[in-house]
Design a protein around this ligand. Structure first.
Ligand SMILES: Cc1ncc(COP(=O)(O)O)c(C=O)c1O
Length: 369
C-alpha cells in the first residue's frame, strides 16, 4: 500500500515537534524545524549572558505599566509609547482585541493563521472570509475587496506579511484600506508578526498609520524575529485611547513576566543581531526562491515573510507526501492542507541556516525537480 492510502493522514502544525517525534520515532533534537517560522540564529549571545546574570529579576513583580519596555518598543517601531500595550505573546493581544471588539460581522483576509477565526468564533458574531486569489500570486485586489466590505462588516482582520502565503500589502495600500474602513466604521487588526523579515520593512509596515487613524491596531511580538517564542512577549500599537483602556481593563495585571520585560528591551536594542538576521534571511530567501524557480513541478510566490509557500504541480503528489519525504530526512516542513481557503497541494517552509536550506532544497528537488 502506498503512503497516500494510509488513513487518516495526521495533521501537524508548524511547532508540533513532540507529535512528530512520537509518530515517526525521530528524536526531536535532530529535527530541523522548517515549520516553526523562527529565526535560525537562536537567542542573541548578549541577551543570553545578560539574562543569566539577572535571573534574580524573577524575585520582583514587573512594573505594572511596563513603562521602560514600552519606551523601548516605541523607539524600535518609531511610534509614541502611549500607543503601546504589552502582552503575553501576540496571542494574548489578538485574543483581547478580538474579544473586546465584539464584532457584529468580521471579515478575515485569508487563507491565513487559524487563531483569528478561533477567537472570533468565541465572540458569537458573524465571520466571513475574503480569500486572496492564487492566480494573482495572492496579491490583494483592492477594488474587489471594497465590494466585499458590505455595510454590516465592522471588523477587518489581516496578517501582513500573511501566514502562509508570505504575501504583503504595501503601506500605500494599507493607508487606502484604513481610509475606506474609517469611512465605513470598520476597525482593522493588522498582525505584523513577520514584518521585520520583509525586504523593506518601511514599504509594508502600517506603524506610520497609527497616528493618522484611530480605527486600527497593529500586533507584533518577539517570538519569530528574535527567536524567543518561549518568552511570550507581544505588543500592540493603537492611537485609539478609549479602546486601549477597554482592552487593558480586561487584561490580567503583570501578564508579561519580569524576565520577558527585561529581555524584550535587550532584544529590541540589539542592532547587531537585527542586522545579522536581516542579512541572513534576505540573502537565503532569494537563493531558495531562485533555486525553486528552476524546479518544473513547483510554483513559487513573492515572499515577504521568513517563509516560502510552494504549490506542488506534480500529478498525484500530495503535500503530505512531500512533508513525509522531508521529515524522514529530519526536516519538518508545514503541510498546508489544514489552511482554509487554500485548495490544492501546498507546503510552506521557513528560512533556516544556509547548510540546512541547501539540504532541504536537495530533498525537495528529489521529488520536484
Ligand atoms: C501570524 C501569526 N501571528 C501570531 C502568532 C503567535 O505569536 P506569539 O508567539 O507572539 O503569540 C503566530 C505563530 O505562529 C503567527 O503565525
Amino acid at each position: 500500500m502506498s503512503e497516500n492510502h494510509r488513513q487518516p493522514r495526521p495533521a501537524f502544525h508548524g511547532s508540533d515537534i513532540e507529535q512528530i517525534e512520537k509518530y515517526y520515532g525521530i528524536p526531536k533534537e535532530t529535527i530541523v524545524k522548517f515549520g516553526a517560522n523562527v529565526n535560525p540564529l537562536g537567542l542573541s549571545d548578549s541577551v543570553r549572558s545578560s539574562l543569566s546574570e539577572h535571573l534574580d529579576i524573577i524575585t520582583s513583580y514587573p512594573d505594572r505599566d511596563y513603562r521602560s519596555l514600552r519606551q523601548v518598543i516605541a523607539a524600535y517601531c518609531g511610534t509614541d509609547m502611549e500607543y503601546v500595550v504589552t502582552g503575553n505573546g501576540s496571542t494574548e493581544l489578538i485574543s483581547l482585541l478580538i474579544g473586546q471588539r465584539k464584532a457584529r460581522h468580521a471579515l478575515v483576509i485569508g487563507p491565513t493563521y487559524s487563531e483569528y477565526a478561533r477567537e472570533l468564533s468565541l465572540t458569537g458574531g458573524r465571520i466571513s472570509h475574503y480569500y486572496l486569489d492564487e492566480t494573482r500570486v495572492f496579491r490583494l485586489d483592492m477594488d474587489d475587496l471594497k465590494n466585499t466590505l458590505t455595510d454590516d462588516v465592522d471588523f477587518l482582520i489581516l496578517c501582513n506579511p500573511n501566514n502562509p502565503t508570505s504575501s504583503a500589502l504595501t503601506l500605500d495600500e494599507l493607508r487606502a484600506l484604513a481610509a475606506l474602513c474609517r469611512e465605513r466604521g470598520i476597525f482593522i487588526m493588522i498582525d505584523e508578526t513577520y514584518v521585520e523579515f520583509a525586504p523593506s520593512v518601511e514599504e509594508i509596515s502600517g506603524i506610520p498609520l497609527v497616528s493618522e487613524f484611530d480605527n486600527l491596531m497593529i500586533i507584533r511580538g518577539v517570538s519569530k524575529f528574535f527567536a524567543a517564542p518561549g518568552l511570550r512577549l507581544g505588543y500592540g500599537v493603537t492611537s485609539n485611547r478609549q479602546f486601549l483602556e477597554e482592552l487593558k481593563k480586561h487584561q490580567n495585571p503583570w501578564s508579561l513576566n519580569s524576565i520577558g520585560a527585561f529581555a524584550g528591551e535587550l532584544m529590541l536594542e540589539d542592532t547587531e543581531y537585527i542586522r545579522r538576521t536581516r542579512e541572513l534571511i534576505l540573502s537565503e530567501r532569494s537563493r531558495c526562491l531562485d533555486t525553486l524557480k528552476s524546479f518544473p513541478y513547483v510554483k513559487t510566490y513573492p515572499a515577504y515573510g521568513n517563509f516560502i509557500l510552494l504549490k506542488l504541480l506534480k500529478e498525484g503528489l500530495t503535500s503530505f507526501d512531500v512533508f513525509e519525504h522531508a521529515v524522514r530526512q529530519g526536516m519538518m516542513i508545514r503541510d498546508c492542507s489544514s489552511f482554509e481557503g487554500l485548495p490544492g497541494e501546498y507546503v510552506r517552509f521557513c528560512i533556516m541556516n544556509p547548510e540546512d536550506n541547501t539540504r532541504l532544497l536537495r530533498c525537495l528537488g528529489e521529488l520536484l525537480a
